[in-house]
Design a protein around this ligand. Structure first.
Ligand SMILES: [Zn+2]
Ligand SMILES: [Zn+2]
Length: 142
């Protein structure tokens, strides 16, 4: 039996469900995440899209793609953010805050070159993205 976790938007009109285990978890420090999340970092959990389902309020899900790399999904009733699909990686970023019962175990910090909030937690700090996701694969100092 695969583990299932449920989450919702800010108002609860949209509900989602994730199944199994995420492909990766960590923090993104990029300017886009900051602007979109209105927070200094974004805690992400990356999932194969087939493991993420909208279980309620699908008609209320709005989408916005400023670039082809990120299809951002939110609730059109409350404006609460749900997740972002990354077509180049074929992975869905479900924000850790959207699925509170999933135990968040960060493994990496990405786009740390852009950080405004240094986090000295001993985890690897990537300049941009790991090489296997099309980044430079370079690490930077905490
Ligand atoms: Zn909502
Ligand atoms: Zn980011």
């Amino acid at each position: 039996m695969a583990e299932t976790h449920r989450g919702s938007c800010f108002c609860g009109a949209v509900e989602i469900e994730v199944k199994g285990a995420p492909e990766a978890m960590g923090y993104c420090h990029c300017g886009s995440c900051r602007s979109w999340s209105a927070g200094p970092v974004n805690a992400f959990t990356l999932w194969k899209p087939e493991n993420v389902k909208v279980t309620k309020g699908a008609a209320l899900v709005g989408k916005f793609a400023k670039t082809p790399n990120s299809d951002r999904q939110f609730c059109t009733k409350c404006g609460g953010h749900l997740m972002t699909y990354h077509p180049p990686f074929k992975l869905m970023d479900v924000y850790a805050a959207t699925i509170p019962t999933e135990s968040f175990k960060p493994g990496v910090h990405v786009n740390y070159a852009e950080t405004v909030l240094r986090m000295k937690d001993g985890l690897p700090k990537m300049k941009d993205f790991p090489a296997e996701l099309g980044g430079s694969g370079k690490a930077v100092a905490e």
